[in-house]
Design a protein around this ligand. Structure first.
Ligand SMILES: [Zn+2]
Length: 95
């Protein structure tokens, strides 16, 4: 037990990491959230950890709608016309 390192009041790093995900999801009570926020304020390690979680959450959320379906289908039909040589004003072989 390294009690020497418990110089901070409030939550310990272990306690913060335990509730970090719930904290970021807004699923803990305001009192605990305040303590976590205060800890993140003065603890670089936990703050970094919170940033990583937050980035993962954000990128997962961003992946819900990857590409607009309309854009994809017009790209596909354009690609198909190119492959079939069906592009107007681009046939120099007519002499
Ligand atoms: Zn910490």
């Amino acid at each position: 037990m390294l009690k020497l390192f418990r110089r901070r009041k409030g939550l310990s790093c272990d306690q913060v990491l335990e509730v970090l995900q719930s904290y970021l999801d807004g699923e803990i009570d305001a009192g605990t959230a305040n303590k976590v926020a205060a800890h993140l304020d003065e603890c670089t390690d936990c703050d970094l950890e919170a940033g990583v979680y937050d980035r993962i959450r954000t990128s997962l959320a961003a992946r819900v709608e990857p590409v607009d379906a309309g854009v994809m289908s017009s790209l596909e039909s354009f690609g198909a016309r190119l492959a079939a040589g069906d592009i107007p004003d681009s046939d120099p072989d007519e002499t």
